[in-house]
Design a protein around this ligand. Structure first.
Ligand code: PEP
Ligand code: MG
Length: 532
């Protein structure tokens, strides 16, 4: 028997089953450099592989919208251009050119400070593997063919693998790589499969078919358990399954506290697919639509029409509020098609509203698209990283200018669209009362607020234990923001990670928080705390 403690839980739950080791074929490129006269043939090989993959993805996209996004990336001309340049100018064969281009694309996402964005590198690599499989003529193993109950152990799982997961037989997932916002984590959460990610070296410790117990809540894996341990985990598993059934039943109840306050339980999303998943949790709206995904997945600043289509689809999906945060980019969160100057302190640099107010045409394009979508639902606009009332006024004035333009053009929009702000800088805390005079709502961004108040970089593993939203300074700031908002009669929500932590719920209710916005997988657990 061996016990392994794990840090990163992606989806809670307990599982007991034999291991199915999912070993990928070798996707590394064969061969390398070519003679100049072979370049044309290698380019053709790539184009043919691309066409095959596009056909595959078109079929898959009919069933699952994730693959519609993959289809777009696969058809992206910059990808083709990148591969062809490497073939014709650097004389690489198609496989090596593809490998290097995909790694360059993935690296752009991996450099970003937002974990959600960082994990999008997995989508790019997934497409790379699909193309490489065609180029190398290899078949990928099929998780859909599993017949018996198992715990799947893999180096990492990509969208192409996870769509085939059937929760009736896949009782647990353990991966060596991946973060809590990776694709596998999101899918596992929505399918309620207990999942542990980032367990380095686990594949070496497991043999195919050996019995494993896992508790993804406590972060424990037991390999080859003795009888007593096994019995303990069987009991835990039954208790967990009972809890899931009970929590699911609670979804029908609106989130009302014992003393009668109706709390809004909302979701944080990045696209329409996230909204569809969150709707299953009976949410009261979207408290944070991170619009940057739309900018990062493109090869150009998305046009007004492109943005309008995305926001309109989102507004029509969700009957309640849809809070769209304007572009939060910059610092070390880059765009593939725009070069940012290097900065000494990117977190204190040119990011979010600072970029938008400096690039007014780009900002107005986004504001016009959001305003147009507001004719199709209950859209709200939210500005990120505000530090002064002047910034808020300037952003609102630009929105008013867009309203006037749209009205003159005879285009419909919600004239009373609420305009609020993220409360995520120390300045916004200290000036909360002044801001409450001019903002229609507040949403507390504890992810940034914690790093700025405590001077602790949110992405620095070395000081991770100092990054704590239960620190008295953060709790005091949250209480101050809520009190200031209420004094001026505006609602205060929270969309940082703290809102999705069931252990924080009681404290936040006591402080008077009106709206909790979180990833869909946390909604059941927070609802339970509110109803208690
Ligand atoms: C936050 O800072 O808490 C937040 C929700 O925004 P982001 O994580 O996107 O910076
Ligand atoms: Mg933030």
């Amino acid at each position: 028997m061996e016990r392994i403690d794990v840090e990163k839980t992606a989806s809670r739950g307990v599982a007991v089953a034999p291991v199915y080791k999912y070993l990928e074929p070798d996707f590394s490129p064969d061969g390398g450099l070519i003679a100049a006269d072979q370049a044309g043939m290698e380019c053709e090989k790539f184009i043919r592989a691309k066409e095959d993959v596009q056909k595959e993805l078109e079929l898959l996209a009919e069933e699952n919208p994730i693959f519609a996004a993959h289809l777009e990336i696969a058809g992206d001309f910059t990808l083709q251009e990148g591969v062809e340049t490497k073939i014709t100018e650097e004389l690489m064969n198609a496989q090596l050119a593809l490998h290097n281009t995909i790694e360059e694309f993935a690296a752009i996402f991996e450099m970003m400070d937002d974990e959600y964005m960082r994990e999008r590198a997995a989508d790019v690599r997934d497409i790379g593997k699909r193309l490489m499989a065609v180029l190398k003529g290899i078949q990928r193993p099929d998780l859909g063919s599993i017949k018996e109950e198992v715990i799947v152990a893999a180096r990492d799982l990509y969208p192409s693998d996870t769509v085939k997961l059937r929760p009736e037989v896949v009782k647990g997932i353990i991966t060596e790589e991946g973060g809590v916002t990776s694709h596998v984590s999101i899918i596992a959460k929505s399918l309620n499969i207990p999942t542990l990610v980032g367990v380095s070296g686990i594949l070496r410790k497991l043999t195919d078919g050996s019995l494993v117990c896992m508790d993804a809540g406590d972060g424990v894996i037991v390999v080859d358990p003795d009888r007593e341990t096994l019995a303990g985990y069987q009991q835990k598993k039954e208790a967990y399954e009972g809890e899931r059934t009970r929590l699911k039943a609670l979804r029908q109840q609106p989130a009302v506290t014992k003393d009668g306050k109706r709390i809004a339980l909302c979701a944080n999303v990045g696209n329409a697919e996230d909204i569809r998943r969150a709707l299953e949790m009976n949410i009261d709206g979207v408290g944070l639509f991170r619009s940057e995904l739309l900018y990062m997945e493109n090869d150009h600043f998305p046009t007004e029409e492109e943005q309008f289509a995305v926001y309109k689809e989102a507004a029509e999906l969700i009957p309640q509020e849809l809070t769209i945060r304007t572009l939060d980019i910059g610092g070390d969160k880059g765009l593939p098609y725009f070069s940012f100057d290097e900065e000494e302190n990117p977190f204190l640099g040119w990011r979010a509203i600072r970029v938008s107010l400096d690039m007014k045409d780009m900002f107005k394009t986004q504001l016009r698209a959001i305003l147009r979508a507001s004719a199709f639902g209950h859209v709200r606009i939210m500005f990120p990283m505000i530090i002064s009332p002047e910034e808020l006024r300037e952003a609102k004035a630009l929105a008013e200018e867009c309203k006037r333009e749209l009205a003159a053009e005879g285009i419909a929009f919600d004239g009373a669209i609420p305009m609020g702000m993220m409360m995520e800088t120390p300045a916004s805390v200290l000036l909360a009362e002044e801001f409450a005079e001019e903002a229609d709502f507040f949403s507390i961004g504890t992810n940034d607020l914690t790093q700025y108040l405590l001077a602790v970089d949110r992405g620095n593993k070395r000081i991770a234990e100092k990054y704590d939203y239960f620190h008295p300074a953060v709790v005091k700031a949250v209480g101050h923001i809520i009190a200031a908002g209420h004094k001026k009669g505006i609602k205060v929500g929270m969309c940082g990670e703290m809102a999705g932590d069931p252990d924080a719920a009681k404290l936040l209710l006591d402080l008077g928080l009106d709206e909790f916005s979180m990833s869909a997988g946390s909604v059941d657990y927070v609802r339970e705390q509110i109803l208690k």
